[in-house]
Design a protein around this ligand. Sequence first.
Ligand code: COA
Length: 147
Amino acid sequence: MLKIKQTHDLNTNIYRDSLAIRLEVFVNEQGVPESLEVDADEAKATYLTGYDEQLHAQATLRLLPENDGWHVQRVAVRSAARGQGFGRDIMQAAIDAGRHANRDFLILGAQTHACGFYEKLGFTPTSRPAFEEAGIPHREMIYRYKA
Ligand code: COA
């Protein structure tokens, strides 16, 4: 089970740990240009970073306000740490935080290979057609707190 920490402050280890995972996963592993990965929204986001029992940062995501919901972005688990429930832990923390903050929904652009991961958490595809970002195919998915 991950211990999840949260920050808005770019001068914290929570943010630095988040960014280190993102650079490892999106830039080095998936080939996303760093200039796209670290964008103009960086200072507006809230970051969640998940630490394992040895206090190593293993998972992250960021949240950006969007109307009455949050946009979930940059969901990543270190490659060596996948398949142990850490992705689910960090996403469940985002879902719980959104409920606590009285958001209406969470929305995200899922890399199509990860749609099944988000479906298990209760996300469903929206009517938006599939799209590409940084050359990677995506599908928009939503989690609604209210029916
Ligand atoms: N497709 C379908 N199901 C998946 C899946 C995938 N790609 N990845 C995980 N799952 C399932 C697991 O089997 C597990 O199911 P279970 O509850 O029935 O056992 C459940 O989802 C939770 O899996 P978990 O172990 O928490 O996933 P993870 O820690 O490996 O994290 C990602 C999943 C997608 C976050 C991780 O693979 C990752 O960081 N990938 C690289 C970055 C990336 O593509 N991010 C997504 C951007 S949209």
